[in-house]
Design a protein around this ligand. Structure first.
Ligand SMILES: [Zn+2]
Ligand SMILES: [Zn+2]
Length: 334
């Protein structure tokens, strides 16, 4: 099979042939049809994950067909359409798993980091990492739902915001363009925040009731004119910009940060105390959360906007993603 791998930290993309792997007990083999490129793939490319072993095939926005099943696989069969996301399985025996909180498993694996991912014609996945793809979701859309999609969908649906509440999505990019659609479809009073006004027509088309141009308007006062945001989903990885958002929250509001900026946030506790607000991270979710994401997307018409590349052009595709030129997600298709 043809794969794209990285064999050392900071190394270049290598297109190589490997033997098609066999699934062990509790695993399936997926014939990959599409794999989204995520900013987190830089962890493999640049060697930023401490326990990473090379060579490694990245890719955790995988969509394909089950092509073979290992022993002890009872609930999945050959021919099913499945997605594999960041959550690469859990152990069932740690304290968090015993409480049913599989996303917080202390032994959880990450697809494309702890084991080879979807920049390949075939990959092996544990059944705990599988999400069933609805019939009307094409593979090239299912891929991005497995990381970008589930991250924002799951963050918003667990945020505590209720229908009619003001929810702002900061940053209209790979995560944000999906976040705006989910916020609208979940019934929130949806505000898109971005630098410049070139994305305003699109943000409104995706469902934003309001658009705030962060270069021309004061984001905090614009949000406060709406009563403050119950939730701000910060998807643009800019520590300074994210830190400045807390004063745009309503009392008891929450600033949710699912994508990490490199720099630490700088936030005054007075600001949080006075309005009893909070800042929280968000971890994407389990495979079932990803399946919920796809089912909700199929039900409501939420779609990622993508650019497709063949595996042979992986270097170019990765560069397109990391340059920020892409609108809004790059997907390798097979
Ligand atoms: Zn990702
Ligand atoms: Zn566990």
């Amino acid at each position: 099979m043809k794969v794209a791998q990285i064999s050392k930290a900071g190394g270049d993309w290598e297109l190589v042939e490997r033997d098609i792997p066999q699934p062990a007990a509790g695993q399936v083999r997926v014939k990959v049809e599409a794999c989204g490129i995520c900013h987190s793939d830089a962890l493999v490319k640049e060697g930023l994950w401490p326990t990473l072993q090379y060579p490694r095939i990245p890719g955790h926005e995988v969509a394909g067909l089950i092509d073979a099943v290992g022993d002890n696989v009872t609930a999945w069969r050959k021919g099913q359409r499945v997605g594999v996301g960041w959550h690469g399985g859990h152990c069932f025996v740690c304290e968090q798993c015993r409480r049913g909180d599989f996303a917080m498993c202390v032994n959880r694996k990450v697809t494309g980091i702890d084991f080879d991912g979807g920049y390949a014609e075939y990959m092996i996945a544990p059944v705990t990492a599988l999400a069933l793809i609805p019939d009307d979701v094409p593979a090239e859309h299912a891929g991005p739902f497995m990381c970008a999609g589930v991250t924002v969908y799951n963050a918003l649906r667990n945020s505590g915001a209720r229908a009619g509440d003001v929810v702002a999505v900061h940053g209209i990019g790979g995560l944000g363009h999906l976040g705006v659609q989910y916020a609208r479809q979940m019934g929130f009073h949806t505000v898109a925040v971005n630098r410049g006004n070139d994305k305003e027509p699109l943000a409104r088309e995706l469902g934003a009731h309001h658009y705030i141009d962060a270069t021309a308007e004061d984001v905090v006062s614009e949000l406060q004119k709406l009563g403050g945001a119950r939730v701000i989903l910060a998807t643009a990885p800019n520590a300074q910009a994210i830190s400045a958002l807390v004063d745009g929250l309503a009392p008891s509001g929450k600033l949710l940060v699912p994508a990490a900026p490199a720099e630490p946030l700088t936030i005054s506790m007075f600001s949080l105390i006075n309005r009893r607000t909070s800042v929280a991270g968000w971890y994407s979710g389990t495979a079932r959360d990803s399946q919920d994401t796809m089912e909700f997307s199929a039900l409501t018409g939420v779609q990622p906007m993508i650019e497709k590349y063949p595996l042979d052009r992986v270097a170019e595709a990765y560069e397109q993603m990391h340059s920020g030129r892409v609108r809004f997600r790059v997907v390798l298709t097979f």
